[in-house]
Ligand binder design. Structure first.
Ligand code: ADP
Ligand code: MG
Length: 244
């Protein structure tokens, strides 16, 4: 008998309206263990709302969410956000300014002191910030703060990482480098990731799988190569036309 792992995340037929407007319109997608799936689409198409529903901070009108095959949310069941084992990284998800870098990274950790300290050291090394543990966030550059935020989100080994435009606050010069470092760390940690972006470049660079979203719907899903070379329609082709 062949058994295969269930997707790390599977959402099915998610619908969400605000007033009369259907912002998420029957969205289904999955993220496999160890993979980065990009939810890519223009501003206002419903990406962040979808992510907030998965995180559990927004409730869908209908549809289901499974993590590792376990139902975490439908219209009857609702596992609270903190019970979902999800790590979050948002553009403006700030570090705690009054805590040192090490304490920021340790924030979500439990267990004994020595184990927590080892995990903090391990992550600071992975994000190339060994020796920064005693500094405070204001002493760090934007890119360094972003790497601390990544270490903090990964520290408790979340089952799934949700990242909403995490690089859009950074200046262009830094962005490619930080994307590469982030991707390397995510892969080393074996994280499953749903990354939201409106930039085709970013999706092409980081994704194992791209789900292209428009007006609340997924219009195409596939490998970056397939989505780029065989766009579903003219609008999809136009959206990718300025990837370099
Ligand atoms: P994206 O992240 O793709 O830019 P969003 O999910 O943030 O898109 O928003 C999709 C649409 O839903 C937008 O038109 C936005 O104005 C609207 N919207 C988002 N949140 C709310 C809300 N709480 N109340 C009303 N409208 C909202
Ligand atoms: Mg958004």
């Amino acid at each position: 008998m062949v058994t295969s792992l269930p997707p790390r995340l599977e959402i099915r037929d998610i619908v969400k309206s605000f007033g009369a407007r259907r912002v998420v319109d029957d969205v289904s997608l999955s993220v496999m263990p160890g993979q980065v799936t990009c939810l890519l689409g223009p501003s206002g198409c419903g990406k962040s709302t979808t992510l907030r529903i998965i995180a559990g901070v927004e409730m869908q009108d209908s549809g289901t969410i499974h993590l590792d095959g376990r139902l975490v949310c439908d219209t009857v069941t609702r596992v609270p956000p903190e019970g979902r084992g999800i790590g979050l990284m948002f553009q403006d998800f700030a570090l705690f300014p009054h805590l040192t870098v090490a304490r920021n990274v340790a924030f979500g950790l439990t267990g004994d002191r020595a184990a927590r300290a080892r995990r903090v050291d391990e992550l600071l090394e992975k994000v190339n910030l060994s020796g920064y543990g005693d500094k405070h966030p204001h002493q760090l550059s934007g890119g360094e703060q972003q790497r601390v935020a990544l270490a903090r989100a990964l520290a408790p080994r979340p089952r799934l990482m949700l990242m909403d435009e995490p690089f859009s606050g950074l200046d262009n010069r830094l962005r490619d480098g930080i994307r590469d470092t982030t991707l390397a760390v995510l892969k080393e940690e074996g994280a499953a990731v749903l990354l939201v972006t409106h930039e085709p470049d970013e999706a092409m660079r980081m994704a194992d799988e791209i789900a292209l979203m428009r007006d609340g719907r997924i219009v195409q899903q596939g490998s970056p190569y397939n989505v780029y070379t065989r766009p579903a329609d003219r609008a999809a082709a136009a959206f990718f036309s300025d990837v370099n």
